[in-house]
Design a protein. Structure first.
Length: 215
């Protein structure tokens, strides 16, 4: 049993999960920006995440990037239920404006998020990084017991991934200042819910301090 933060973030036990830090969600001119969402909160967070990724590399923590693909020319991925919800609430995203089309600029990782050749990228098509992906197989093959989760958006894909990760019996650590949502209220509410039910919410500094002690 892992009972301390140091044990949970130990590179022998943990992987860093970077969720959906892609241009369509965070960049000016992308569909989330055109929808009127506050992407500045994403843009303010990403430099902190880039620094945290650098620290994770120094600590030799396995890093797994999650990369969404949603719309496609043949609509391989989005169900009627998904599109109906988008049509009601998303002001044209997914229906009038495609989101995260594989191979496009919008699908690519946001500036500063650059997986190295030895770092894994997992494709997903739903809010959870565990739904019909290789993520669980990769983690168990590497004997990973704990997940440090970061990325976009705290209350959607981050929280949905955290919920499913906890249900699959991984220890959960969410690096709160390396996540963001399109409102501070949604971000803070999601972190409160995660801390209460699904895992431990910490800062990047908390984790880096543990890594320095482990070294």
């Amino acid at each position: 049993m892992l009972t301390t933060l140091k044990q949970k973030v130990d590179p022998r036990n943990a992987a860093l999960i970077v969720v959906d830090v892609q241009n369509d969600f965070a960049a000016n001119g992308g569909p989330f920006d055109l929808e009127g969402l506050n992407i500045k909160l994403f843009q303010e967070m990403i430099p902190r995440l880039v620094k945290f990724i650098d620290e994770a590399r120094k600590a030799k923590v396995p890093i797994i990037y999650i990369q969404n693909s949603y719309n496609s020319d043949q609509n391989w991925y989005l169900s009627d239920a998904f599109l109906e919800q988008a049509a009601r609430k998303r002001k044209g995203s997914y229906t009038q404006r495609p989101v995260a089309v594989k191979g496009t600029w919008g699908w690519e990782f946001y500036d500063g998020i650059k997986p190295l050749p030895n770092e894994m990228v997992v494709a997903k098509h739903r809010f959870s990084a565990f739904v019909d992906t290789d993520l669980d197989l990769i983690l168990r093959s590497k004997d990973i017991k704990a997940l440090m989760v970061t990325g976009i958006a705290t209350n959607v894909c981050v929280e949905t991934t955290v919920r499913m990760g906890f249900m699959k019996d991984y220890y959960i650590v969410v690096v709160g200042d390396c996540c963001a949502s399109y409102s501070r209220h949604l971000h803070e509410t999601a972190l409160e819910n995660i801390e209460t039910i699904f895992g431990q919410v910490v800062t990047a500094q908390d984790v880096v301090k543990c890594w320095m002690e482990i070294r």
